[in-house]
Design a protein. Structure first.
Length: 428
């Protein structure tokens, strides 16, 4: 990245890449490498925070402009500037001068006056601006309409919650250390944490930390995983000595959890994406879970055939990921209305193919990190209608919202992300 650009200009360049369709997970590490270490935390905060507030900032600024800016660079500068003034403790004069400089550095000196004027107004009318910002739903309109249809009662709280950041949650590797013992280790190293209520290996961190610096990282004592994602292992039957397919396994969060809890005779971890699959290998190595009983395989789950039927299938399907919007705020800009039907069709194809690999008496756990009914409840309604040999094994739990089939968790608080689970037994 150009060394002459200030930090705000570098933030804007990253935001422009997202607007051009690049996902943050593919560019962020590389971008961060080019930022001075002392500025990395701020860079990260400004990129993620601005994306989280993107559509709220759009709604806020539209009435302030005599005509639309029609310039993605200047628009991004404006949003980064407003985000600093309205949502951070950065001194307003620093936010304004750095952002106006960034606008000039990025080649738009003539429009820096507009940015300057709106940011100055925001410092004079901060409370009013904040109020307007908070009142907006902050979602692209297609997604707002979908959530309104799917979750009318929870709509307002959902929109507000999705603008927040999510808690950092760990899963303790119980093959290495118990949760209580690990909590003590954290306490001994002055890291504030507490046990998760629903996930028996889960730990909420109460402060921000550098994960690799946490006690026991290199020894594989823990992984980072959302509490609601950790519920998957508790929904599986005992898999000791059983054959299992994790059909969409990368980067291996649920594969590793399964191996921490059970000793299957064979676990096949499939994924179509070879690069992401490397992370499964790395994660299992760090956690000391690699063994002859685990096969990691690049394959397309819509067509791949197992050599013999298996006892259990974990199907953490590719999805819209709307349930993890807080952790991946770039999805707000990247996901389009038309993607949903395609995703639903892909999920259905994977389901159909994997179902054929399951023994009679076996269990398939269908999972998404989506909160859209089309990918979850509706997907399952169609599946059961087409498969009389499938029977739902109801999930009885003190978490989530029971659906016609399966159970839905919403990302409404700091407990966890939006997840959907449905457990299916093959009865004939
Ligand atoms: C929700 S992620 C899985 C997360 C993983 N289970 C975990 O807990 O870490 C969905 C995965 O499905 C994979 N995928 C998408 N289409 C696929 C296909 N046709 N066959 C196999 N894997 C696929 C993606 O590469 C992605 O890694």
């Amino acid at each position: 990245m150009n060394q002459l650009l200030n930090l705000r200009a570098q933030v804007v360049k990253t935001l422009l890449s997202v607007q051009q369709g690049q996902s943050l997970s593919t560019i962020l590490h590389q971008q961060l490498d080019q930022i001075a270490p002392k500025d990395r935390a701020l860079f990260h905060e400004l990129v993620l925070g601005t994306l989280r507030q993107w559509f709220s900032l759009k709604a806020l600024t539209l009435p302030l402009l005599s005509k639309p800016l029609d310039n993605p660079t200047v628009e991004s500068c404006l949003y980064v500037g407003l985000y600093q003034i309205l949502c951070t403790r950065i001194a307003p004069h620093a936010a304004i001068s750095e952002t106006v400089t960034a606008t000039k550095q990025l080649g738009f000196p003539a429009l820096s006056g507009v940015v300057n004027a709106i940011l100055r107004r925001a410092t004079r009318e901060t409370e009013q601006f904040q109020q307007t910002l908070n009142q907006t739903h902050g979602l692209p309109s297609w997604l707002y309409k979908r959530l309104k249809k799917d979750w009318p009662e929870q709509l307002e709280s959902l929109c507000q919650a999705l603008k927040q950041s999510a808690a950092i949650t760990l899963r303790v590797n119980q093959r290495k250390i118990g949760r209580d013992a690990y909590l003590t280790k954290l306490e001994d190293t002055d890291v504030q944490a507490q046990a998760c209520p629903y996930a028996d290996a889960g730990v909420f961190l109460k402060q921000s930390v550098q994960i690799p610096e946490l006690v026991g990282f290199s020894q594989g004592w823990f992984s980072v995983q959302d509490q609601h994602a950790q519920l998957s292992a508790s929904l599986l039957p005992n898999l000791d000595g059983k054959t299992v397919i994790d059909a969409c396994a990368a980067p291996g969060g649920k594969t590793a959890h399964l191996l921490e809890k059970f000793k299957p005779s064979l676990l096949i971890a499939l994924d179509q994406d070879e690069k992401r699959l490397n992370r499964v290998t790395e994660n299992l190595q760090r956690l000391d879970l690699n063994s002859d009983h685990v096969q990691i395989m690049a394959a397309d789950a819509t067509t791949w055939q197992a050599t013999r039927m298996v006892d259990c299938i974990v199907l953490d399907a590719p999805c819209s990921a709307i349930g993890v919007l807080r952790r991946h705020p770039d999805i707000r800009l990247l996901r389009q209305a038309s993607d949903i039907a395609e995703t639903v069709a892909l999920q259905k194809q994977i389901l159909q193919n994997m179902w054929q690999q399951l023994k009679v008496g076996g269990t398939l756990l269908y999972i998404t990190c989506s909160i859209l009914k089309a990918e979850n409840e509706q997907q399952m309604i169609e599946f059961f209608a087409e498969h009389p040999e499938a029977q739902e094994e109801k999930i009885i739990a003190d978490w989530g919202i029971p659906q016609t089939h399966g159970r839905q968790l919403l990302p409404l608080d700091q407990q966890g992300d939006g997840f959907y689970y449905c457990r299916i037994k093959k009865i004939a």
